[in-house]
Design a protein around this ligand. Structure first.
Ligand code: ADP
Ligand code: MG
Length: 388
């Protein structure tokens, strides 16, 4: 049994004086390309990563939920009676992701039962690898397992997104939850954020995905993210559509020529429309096994996120520039919402061993005081039961 699962079981027994009945896991994700497109009903190309949230569960005979996290202090208790109260103290806010899932399941008329839950995770918090979505999807699975119920994973993803949107109050799109709930091992997946259709595609042979955390943190319940969403919505309205997914570059420039968009709106919309095209092209590269062309699209994506969508920062730009200067790197870009967090790079297998320490070393030299972390990951399986 892996150490993390053993530690989880030990913590469960210590906290609740009993063995768990079952356990579940839900992975974090990295988006290879297709950024700030999900809430525009466009395309993304994520994969699940080999880091996850694990939850051990045991039914109770009452309607109480008790929850502990190995990464947080204290036990949080709440009754399954709506409305479930939010955390009063900041130190207990992590449990709102769990409470939000219970609330949304109750709202969806699922008959929940009380349970004890122990959580552990190795998805870094707040770095754009979706620890929050992993926590929500795992919580959904744990509540459903305790209640002896099953739901389709696409439905679980939608309910988890609703929990984050309405209970936690973060206006995220569907990308994170759908990736965590529905990923396929060994595959990236083209995600159509309108239809929620997922089309898996393997990564080209001979290349690795390398994630580099800049160490810079910025929460998502953040004015800049909401501002970008509002700008996209306003842009779509000016262009006469509900979502930027339905705009072509030609249509966009036509509207610009007619004076319907100001300079900022033009830049924002140009990124989204181009990014959708790049994501579809990147998917075609996966199908063709063309890692070089895929890497070029990643570079273009970063350039637009920096210059047109303006969601990068010195640390993200620096990490990407250093990565691109190293041997064997085929492409590099920021991943996640931006303003901090992680980059993702495509690196030739034979170069990875030297790439990882060199990237860390050069980044530390350029950004003194920042603590980077570099992970090489394969595409992991989506959420499901965990053997205990
Ligand atoms: P991201 O999803 O990019 O990691 P968010 O800010 O959306 O960042 O979500 C991070 C939050 O998720 C944390 O602040 C914490 O509340 C919660 N969380 C993540 N992992 C855990 C964990 N192992 N235990 C408890 N809470 C967690
Ligand atoms: Mg999140």
């Amino acid at each position: 049994m892996p150490d993390r699962t053993a530690a989880l079981l030990a913590a469960f027994e210590k906290s609740f004086n009993a063995k768990p009945e079952g356990a579940v896991r839900a992975p974090g994700r990295v988006n290879l390309i297709g950024e700030h497109t999900d809430y525009n009903h466009g395309f993304c190309l994520p994969m699940a990563i080999e880091r996850d949230i694990r939850i051990a569960w045991r039914k109770r005979s009452d309607l109480m939920v008790r929850v502990v996290s190995l990464e947080q202090d204290g036990v949080v208790e709440f009754p399954l009676v709506t409305p479930i109260p939010h955390a009063k103290e900041k130190a207990r806010k992590w449990a709102d992701y769990v409470k939000g899932c219970a609330q949304i399941l109750i709202d969806a008329s699922v008959d929940l039962v009380g349970c004890d839950l122990a959580i552990t995770g190795d998805v870094p918090l707040g770095s754009g690898l979706s620890s929050s979505a992993a926590l929500e999807v795992a919580s959904m699975l744990a509540f459903l397992a305790a209640a002896g119920m099953k739901l389709p994973h696409e439905e679980i993803a939608k309910l988890a997104q609703k929990a984050e949107n309405t209970y936690v109050g973060t206006n995220c799109g569907i990308l994170d939850q759908l990736s965590s709930a529905c990923a396929t091992q060994g595959q990236a997946m083209l995600m159509d954020c309108r239809t929620l259709r997922l089309t898996p595609a393997p990564l080209p042979a001979g290349v690795s995905v390398v994630i580099a955390d800049t160490g810079k943190r910025r929460g998502l319940v953040d004015s800049a993210y909401n501002e970008r969403r509002a700008q996209c919505e306003a842009g779509a309205k000016a262009l006469g559509v509900l979502h930027l997914r339905d705009v072509t570059m030609h249509g966009l420039w036509h509207a610009v020529a007619l004076g319907r968009l100001d300079a900022t709106a033009k830049r924002r919309c140009e990124h989204v429309v181009a990014e959708d095209g790049r994501t579809l092209a990147a998917f075609a590269c996966l199908r063709a096994g063309d890692a070089v062309a895929f890497g070029e699209l990643m570079d273009q994506s970063h350039a637009d996120l920096r210059d047109k969508f303006e969601v990068t920062c010195a640390e993200l730009d620096g990490m990407v520039t250093i990565a691109r200067s190293l041997p064997g790197c085929l492409g590099s870009r920021m991943t996640g919402a931006g303003f901090g967090g992680c980059t993702v790079s495509l690196v030739k297998d034979e170069a990875v061993k030297a790439f990882v320490p060199e990237l860390e070393k050069r980044y530390r030299a350029e950004f003194p005081g920042m603590v980077p972390a570099v992970y090489v990951t394969r595409a992991a399986a989506g959420a499901g039961p965990l053997k205990i």
